[in-house]
Design a protein around this ligand. Structure first.
Ligand SMILES: O=C(CO)[C@H](O)[C@H](O)COP(=O)(O)O
Length: 225
């Protein structure tokens, strides 16, 4: 699958959100960080902003819910216009039921793992998902350093996906930049969230294209052995 880039609006200027969304036209997704100040120690935005963003951009919205009780709230993000909804397994009461509900409402269902959460206990759930997100920082804040120690988990997740012959995507989020994207792609990730690396660049759309090229070339080198 070609590499996909999902710029994180956490690093954007919230006073100019519509313009910032359009500044990354050409990205595969727009990553929307939803934080509730309970699951993570930070507070961002909710469904009214997601609705407004979906009117402001044609780029599909990739909503990452860093919130408690996603079983209750996630379906509302599909109704607000999200094309993909990611909930944290650490917060979900019934992850399979929730993934099915997100899919039934018409969005891609995705599940996230914090750095300390292993993937192996969730192997049987993978067919219920369209994407698995391996966090490469502790969720809550942008601009953190990429956790290299997550690379073996990305590799193990890729092995599980391939072992079951699944079409699902493997996303990484946190500290993804020109310096780290190739290691993530080599480990088997194919969807890359990048906040500071995109919105901190002079030309965010060009930064998206450069990250995609780097990821695709790294994946090609890896598959060529
Ligand atoms: O989920 C997140 C934080 O919880 C952000 O999406 C992530 O940190 C992206 O920002 P950056 O690329 O600057 O690290």
């Amino acid at each position: 699958m070609p590499a996909q880039i999902s710029p994180s609006i956490l690093a954007a200027d919230f006073a100019r959100l519509a313009d910032e969304a359009r500044a990354v036209d050409g990205a595969d997704w727009l990553h929307v960080d939803v934080m509730d100040n309970h699951f993570v120690p930070n507070l961002t935005l909710g469904t009214p902003v997601v609705e407004a963003l979906s009117r402001a951009t044609g780029t599909p919205l990739d909503c990452h819910l860093m919130i408690e009780d996603p079983d209750r709230w996630a379906p509302q993000y599909v109704e607000a216009g999200a094309g993909s909804v990611t909930f944290h397994v650490e917060a979900a009461a019934a992850p399979v039921r929730l993934a099915r509900e997100i899919r039934a409402k018409g969005a891609r269902a995705s599940m996230a793992l914090k750095p300390g959460t292993p993937v192996e206990p969730y192997e049987d759930l993978l067919p219920e998902l369209d994407m698995l997100l391996v966090m490469t920082v502790e969720p809550g804040f942008g601009g953190q350093a990429f956790l290299d120690i997550m690379l073996p988990k990305i590799r193990r997740t890729r092995q599980l996906i391939d072992k079951h012959g699944l079409e699902m995507w493997l996303q990484v989020d946190g500290g993804v930049s020109a310096d780290t994207v190739e290691r993530c792609a080599e480990a088997g990730a194919d969807v890359f969230v990048a906040g500071s690396a995109v919105y901190g660049a002079d030309d965010p759309a060009a930064a998206v294209r450069a990250l995609r090229t780097q990821a695709e070339e790294a994946a090609r080198r890896t598959s060529a052995g």
